[in-house]
Design a protein. Structure first.
Length: 337
């Protein structure tokens, strides 16, 4: 069955892109704090599980003003899809990202994860039913994604200063899996909610996926305790920072952005692609606050290419929605599937 026509205005598309860009700023803390925990001797399983174990009560407090009852009803009605998509979009995503932190530097992880700018688009033909407009890969967005990836590759080449060793290549492989798992889990849950006609806002969706993933996180935490003993105070503190910055603020903003344009494949791809700005934010923060060197030579050129790609994504989203009706349906916003 074909999806309902997209009802996304140009303004809505650009708002979604802006929100996603802000989410990328908060996501940036993940790489630095995870790498700090790994260098300090923290086990990857603790790095992964602590974030989501801490995120759950934070989201619960946030939802007290909005109500968690709709989430409980949705979980009880169809626990299978929630378990599956949270297992992919949260557990597989973050286990791979955390394990990579023990194998490679933060710049390598941050850069490789930007494969996510095309991951959602490439997964679309396998996720949406035949005939659904979202199953088609939007070529303008794909070309803009190729520009972003080319820029990131230049930045990576400037940072690498030579061949990568086996551990670094392992980190690249793990982060590549993570980059596909995150948008796939988000899109899969949006599609499930659409099919069953359940309306949940961004915070409720994040809370539901965090809650559904808890059995797996508890199992991973038990494994971490068995292999490395209890986590240290500093590791818990670092995980708390990631939980607040990335697990709550960034994830809710990202889910809101993708929810706003969930029926428009080009605008959805553009919102997902704003995660590419993470490598720019990481570079800027490192230079201004950590005293790291500013990118030079090929890395500086790469940063410029990434910025061009982000602008192209925004232009593609605005152009794709320019011909759509100005009057949106009553169910606008990020509510619904």
């Amino acid at each position: 069955m074909n999806a309902p026509p997209a009802a996304t205005s140009r303004a809505t598309a650009l708002v979604a892109v802006g929100i996603a860009l802000v989410s990328a700023l908060f996501f940036t803390c993940t790489y630095v704090l995870n790498r700090a925990a790994a260098v300090d001797g923290g086990h990857w399983a603790w790095i992964a599980s602590l974030r989501y174990l801490i995120t759950l009560p934070l989201l619960w407090l946030l939802l007290r003003t909005q109500g968690a009852s709709p989430v409980w009803r949705a979980l009880r009605a169809s626990p299978g899809p929630w378990l599956a998509w949270s297992g992919i979009g949260f557990v597989l995503f973050y286990v791979c990202l955390s394990a990579a932190a023990a194998s490679g530097p933060s710049w390598l992880i941050a850069g490789t994860f930007q494969l996510t700018v095309v991951a959602g688009m490439l997964c679309a033909p396998f996720l949406y039913p035949r005939g659904d407009v979202r199953a088609r890969v939007p070529m303008p967005a794909l070309l803009a994604g190729a520009v972003v990836i080319a820029g990131i590759a230049l930045m990576q080449a400037g940072e690498a200063d030579g061949a990568l060793d086996a551990q670094a290549w392992l980190a690249v492989a793990l982060v590549a899996v993570s980059a596909f798992a995150y948008p796939l889990g988000n899109r899969g849950l949006l599609l499930h909610l659409e099919r069953v006609g359940v309306e949940l806002d961004a915070t409720q969706r994040v809370f539901g996926m965090t809650l559904a993933s808890q059995p797996l996180w508890l199992a991973i935490a038990a494994f971490a305790w068995w292999r490395a003993g209890p986590p240290g105070v500093e590791q818990v503190a670092l995980a708390g920072g990631v939980a607040l910055g990335a697990g709550v603020i960034a994830t809710v903003l990202f889910f809101r952005a993708t929810g706003l344009v969930r029926r428009d494949p080009t605008a959805l791809a553009a919102a997902e692609a704003m995660q590419a700005a993470e490598i720019l934010f990481a570079t800027l923060i490192g230079a201004l606050w950590l005293g790291e060197a500013w990118p030079r030579g090929i890395a500086l050129i790469g940063a410029g290419v990434v910025i061009v790609g982000i602008v192209l994504f925004s232009a593609a989203a605005a152009h794709a929605t320019s011909g759509k009706p100005r009057v949106l349906r009553a169910r606008r916003g990020d509510r619904g599937a």
